[in-house]
Design a protein around this ligand. Structure first.
Ligand code: FAD
Length: 387
């Protein structure tokens, strides 16, 4: 493997953000594709947060900017096969969010009217309607729900593979098994990226290192408020009772979720006591807590075996929104901090970063308020719909 000595831009991270950015940068044709280099520390692309995620894609968020990102990103996923030739298994089973307390009901009502105003046809359901739609589940305490049919699931690995191979075909130089270990600046500008197998001189770097983005920021002397937080899930053996069109169900108060995975279920729950860190091993004690909660909601789960389990890292910012754009060091850009819902926004985020880097502004969606400076300037944007 021969690293080039120079590049016009080095993208750090081969998850959905880096892969999408590489593809969209090359597609614009303004930088010679051969001068775009993508570096991934693992031996395969998409083994970070992207490959460990639940694959959920949805329009249902509580802030306008997240809904707008979904309105731009999910159609790109729908067109993925036509544009990139890669099937990504987009299953529009709908997300059904369940509220079990009055506070959530009020938030859900506000969210539905905001989403409808932006053209997303989310429906508000009564508690009885939730129970009618989920006969296999025990939701006696459901007070309301929201449902949008176009939400669903997508295969994350296929999205990464599609972008990486399309970028490669255009000439982008992609390397796996190459870790970035340092960044040198000259004055206030990036000058060089040091890796485990050599150095690359460059005037531009895109930090797309997901949960590790803070470490890459440190290398360039930029403090990024992105914290790695472990999240885990498990899948079950086949459950023939679960219908093909079973929705992605979220029990909001418990941050407990279920969706169909193969012929069984994928079940996850957030541990609210999890401490920040890079540990990606499964916490078996918490898995039992998750299992008990799942059986309480869906007694059928008791009949199943665990088929697989894994943990991954959320990349959490103080307001649960990503950071896009410049960082104060010339030529050092960031696209990270998606706080547990970035996979679905990967397609549009890569395109937005190509716009910012090549044109100096975001055109497809105005994400200028999601800049790094907002944390210092107190312009945080709270998102409620993150589990
Ligand atoms: C358990 C779990 C469930 C989730 N569920 C969903 C969901 O249902 N829907 C959704 O939209 N999102 C979900 N997410 C969030 C989503 O996975 C992330 O927001 C998204 O994948 C982030 O993509 P990324 O490319 O920024 O990060 P990553 O996929 O982590 O990519 C960053 C890459 O950078 C590489 N890297 C790091 N440091 C270096 C270095 N020094 N040198 C070279 N390479 C480096 C890493 O190895 C990694 O591959 C979930 C996340 C987790 C953990």
């Amino acid at each position: 493997m021969n690293l080039p000595n120079t590049a016009e831009i080095v993208i750090i991270g081969g998850g959905v953000m880096g892969a999408s950015a590489a593809y969209h940068l090359a597609q614009r044709g303004l930088i010679k594709a051969q001068n775009i280099v993508l570096l991934e520390k693992e031996n395969f692309f998409g083994q970070g947060a992207t490959g460990r995620c639940a694959g959920g894609v949805r329009y249902q968020f509580s802030t306008e900017i997240n809904v707008k990102l979904s309105l731009a990103s999910l159609p790109m996923i729908e067109r993925f096969k036509d544009e990139l030739g890669q099937d990504v298994s987009y299953k529009q089973c709908g997300y059904l969010l369940v509220a079990t307390n009055e506070k959530e009901v009020n938030v859900f009502k506000h969210n539905v009217s905001m989403q409808n105003g932006l053209g997303v046809p989310t429906q508000l359901l009564s508690g009885d309607e939730v129970r009618a739609r989920l006969p296999l589940m025990k939701f006696d305490d459901a007070l309301a729900g929201t449902f949008n049919q176009k939400d669903g699931t997508v295969d994350p690995n296929s999205v990464v593979a599609g972008y990486i191979s399309a970028a490669q075909k255009m000439g982008v130089q992609v390397f796996s098994g190459v870790e970035v270990i340092g960044i040198s600046l000259k004055g206030d500008h990036v000058e060089e990226v040091q890796t485990s197998i050599g150095a690359i001189k460059t005037r531009m770097i895109l930090n797309a290192a997901g949960p590790w983005a803070g470490r890459i920021g440190d290398m360039a002397g930029v403090k990024l408020p992105i914290i790695p937080l472990r999240r885990q899930m498990f899948t079950t053996s086949p459950l023939k009772e679960v219908p093909d069109d079973f929705p992605f169900v979220i029990d909001f108060a418990r941050s407990l979720y279920f969706h169909r995975e193969g012929e069984g279920l994928l079940i996850g729950m957030s541990n609210q006591n999890e401490k920040p860190g890079f540990d990606q091993s499964v916490d078996e004690d918490f898995e039992l807590v998750n299992l008990d909660a799942a059986i309480e909601r869906m007694p059928l789960v008791e009949k199943a075996q665990r088929a697989s389990h894994w943990a991954g890292l959320y990349e959490v910012t103080p307001d649960a929104h990503p950071i896009y754009g410049e960082t104060g060091v010339n030529g050092f850009y960031v696209c990270a901090g998606f706080s547990g819902h970035g996979f679905m926004h990967g397609p549009i985020s890569g395109k937005l970063m190509a716009e910012k880097i090549l044109d100096g502004k975001f055109s497809s969606v105005d994400v200028s308020m999601l800049d790094l400076k907002r944390f210092k300037e107190g312009r945080l944007i709270q998102e409620y719909n993150v589990v």
